[in-house]
Design a protein around this ligand. Structure first.
Ligand SMILES: [Zn+2]
Length: 425
């Protein structure tokens, strides 16, 4: 059975729906808007399969970055049963993305014949033939096609943007032809990649041409990072999405902040990564934003934020916060490394039902972080994943109940409220 996308509601550009017939057996489904489970090589960072099982709402599609899998080619050719079974996740839907979203690839290495991939052993040049031979060994359920997305580092010339589209279309055609020849990949879904940098005309051409090909979905690539102005990003995304058919999912990589996710959902994006909660974990932080869209009886400050020091920190000079926050920290999290959590015996977020919040305190996680205990990452990852997955559930519920504007209002208010936290000195 072929993967199917049923959109049950479109409101203000947002799409509510379900992807069905997923996976090799075609029995899995996923609600959209939704996110993927970020993994390093089939396992969620810091977590074993057992600990992951205690996390609620774990996405059915696991993302596996291609660079970490390249060296497995020979082993997988011998194993023959595909990467899902190999990593112990036979029931998950495996999506192989071209890059690891947590790793920034150095620019300037792609050419007309190859795309450079950065793995453990450094740079690897991928031709479509080599790329598809490795995919044949991995047998993922979904995979991102080889593409030239090297347009992220600031303004690109029109010529470079055109090149990224030309190359990506030619890689796509070559990969599609090879897929037809490989029986192992008959059930795999290829995700076509929309490139074009910040040049509208190229984005439109990329979207139109990719949509003509028999791909299973679309990845809107090259929007990672801060080099492109936000308004430009949103305009390009809207225009590109308008060229895509409605019955195929649209994915995006590298955008995970709750406020930005909501803006992209409004532009018709369906599937996001969950690299953001991983990055929050890596800086010793816990997601603490409220994703409630119901009226707040207590007024402006969301109680769900679980931030008992809110009043106190507002009184203090923001300077202190800037000095104590973790590098790259956003307004949606608290930094457990801060000294003020040393004797704070409350949960990370009050009311949170995750394993960490049910069993441990902020003070304990602070102690684990200070003593470099591996358990800190485990507990933070459990909380951050559950919090993030619940945010997506809340988005879908709000959309169902026509209250997405309320949720957006709340999220935007929180983004502004704690913004001094995110400014660098
Ligand atoms: Zn929690």
């Amino acid at each position: 059975m072929k993967m199917k996308l049923s959109v049950s509601k479109v409101a203000g550009g947002c799409r509510l729906g379900m992807l069905t017939n997923l996976g090799k057996k075609g029995i899995q489904h996923m609600d959209i808007p939704g996110c993927l489970l970020y993994t390093k090589m089939g396992s969620a960072p810091h977590l074993t399969h057992d600990t992951l099982e205690t996390v609620k709402d774990v996405p059915v599609i696991a993302q596996l970055p291609f660079p970490a899998l390249v060296e497995l080619q020979e082993v997988m050719e011998e194993y023959k049963e595909g990467i899902g079974r190999f990593v112990g996740m036979p029931d998950s839907v495996m999506y192989c993305s071209l890059h690891d979203p947590a790793v920034i690839s150095p620019p300037g290495y792609n050419n007309n014949k190859t795309v450079s991939i950065w793995g453990f052993g450094g740079r690897m040049e991928m031709t479509p033939a080599k790329f598809m031979t490795i995919q044949r060994a991995l047998q993922p359920d979904w995979f991102q096609c080889l593409s030239d997305g090297d347009t992220i580092a600031g303004e690109v010339s029109k010529k470079r943007a055109k090149k990224s589209v030309d190359r990506s279309l030619s890689f796509l055609d070559e990969c599609l032809q090879l897929q037809e020849e490989f029986p192992e990949l008959q059930k795999s879904v290829m995700i076509g990649v929309i490139e074009g940098g910040d040049v509208l005309e190229e984005r439109l051409r990329s979207a139109k041409e990719t949509a003509k090909r028999p791909v299973g979905g679309f990845l809107l690539d090259g929007f990672q990072g801060d080099a492109m102005a936000k308004d430009t990003k949103l305009e390009l995304l809207s225009s590109a999405v308008a060229e895509l058919p409605e019955d195929k999912p649209r994915l995006i990589h590298g955008i995970g902040r709750p406020d930005e996710v909501l803006e992209l959902i409004e532009r018709g994006v369906d599937v996001f990564e969950s690299c953001f909660p991983y990055q929050v974990t890596e800086r010793g932080c816990a997601l603490s934003f409220s994703y409630s869209y119901l009226p707040d009886p207590d007024g402006d400050v969301p109680e769900e934020n679980g931030e008992p020091n809110m009043e106190e920190s507002k009184d203090k000079k923001t300077k202190n916060k800037i000095l104590s926050g973790a590098e790259g920290m956003t307004a949606f999290e608290i930094c457990l490394k801060e000294k003020r959590y040393r004797d704070n015996f409350g949960p990370l977020v009050s009311g949170c039902s995750c394993y960490c919040c049910q069993n441990h305190s902020r003070a304990y996680v602070h102690h684990l972080l200070m003593t470099n205990e591996l358990l800190a990452g485990v507990l933070l990852m459990m909380h951050n994943f559950q919090h993030y997955f619940a945010f997506f559930r809340s988005v879908r519920d709000a959309l169902k109940e026509d209250r997405l504007d309320k949720l957006k209002e709340s999220i935007c208010r929180q983004a502004v409220q704690a913004s001094p936290n995110t400014q660098r000195v």
